[in-house]
Design a protein around this ligand. Sequence first.
Ligand SMILES: *Cc1c(COP(=O)(O)O)cnc(C)c1O
Length: 385
Amino acid sequence: MKSIYLDNNATTPLDPVVLESMLAYFSDGFGNASSLHSFGRVAEEAVDEARRKVAGLIGPCEPQDIVFTSGGTESNNFAIKGVAHALRDKGRHIITSRIEHLAVLGVCKFLEQEGYKVTYIPVDEYGIIDLGALKQAIRDDTILISVMYANNEIGTIQPVEEIAAIAREAGVVFHSDAVQALGKIDLDAEKTGASLLSLSSHKIYGPKGVGALYLGKGSRITPLIHGGHHEKNRRAGTENVPGIAGFGKACDLAGERMEEDNKRLRFLRDRLWDGIKRDIRDVRLNGHPEKRLPNTLNISIKDVDAESLLYNLDLKGIAASGGSACTSGSLEPSHVLKAIGVSDSFIRGSARFSLGRKNTETDVDFTIKVLHEVVERIRGRFASH
Ligand SMILES: *Cc1c(COP(=O)(O)O)cnc(C)c1O
């Protein structure tokens, strides 16, 4: 049976070259990067090299502005709780958007319980944040604006530089969850104007459980994890040396391949959408038609439930997802699709196809064919009831 993986926004397969770059640090290079002897120095050099590579992919920016973490979720927790706690005497108001990843929304909910106030800015039908509403939401006690760079479900890319300019003018710290942007968009941390950017390794063909927070100069932040003096006192805990080395390698490869990968992925994604539109009636595209990640296609099919759709695709070896990976398994329609106003008759039939380096034209054509058959079958069943 075929095995076609179209869920690359949930995670990506580890690149074999990345795996190779990690192996030495599981064996002879096992040292603790904080140790002063030769074993420690080998590990420390690996971490430093990875830091330069991660910094290289987002600018380049200064390597010392990169703090390694356990992934995108920790980076978002570190950024938002860290700024909230560091600036608590200045104010307790945070602004974010309605379409953030749960690793941002969950942190905001937690801070609300601690007495912080959070404003959730609406987005338009394409998922672009309402800049007017953002400006109006800023108050004297606003300390942080957190808006994602690119959305994991619908792929919409935010006007990050404009948001940064609004934040700067108001003297408010700006954080962006850039996990989906890394490796897919030409990121320049300093030009972007964000003080903090969350990054993750496993969305760019690196290992899971490792990520980073870009911390621009002068950012005041309280650590999330306390203990030793690792990462210049910003994140305690012995560094995950193999994971960090792999993340560095993955950033290197992503930088080299970005242009070529994006061109191919955009072509395959558009071919998939063209085929779907041609074969299936009453289907809509979710997200911005142009300002969108090149690999992401989110659609809603009228009178079809995504669960049977995805189940039937899986039976044919095609892996896609409905809504976001974190909310699948629950029947709640995605908060992102609700925020862009997808109507009731469409929202339950929503599926995300996120393409990756391994996908081919054959994969795409097979998916179109199977999807068409499955939708016909599901609709036929509904009609006969
Ligand atoms: C995957 C993802 C995260 C979480 O990153 P992890 O490394 O899996 O913790 C956060 N934000 C976005 C937009 C993501 O796509």
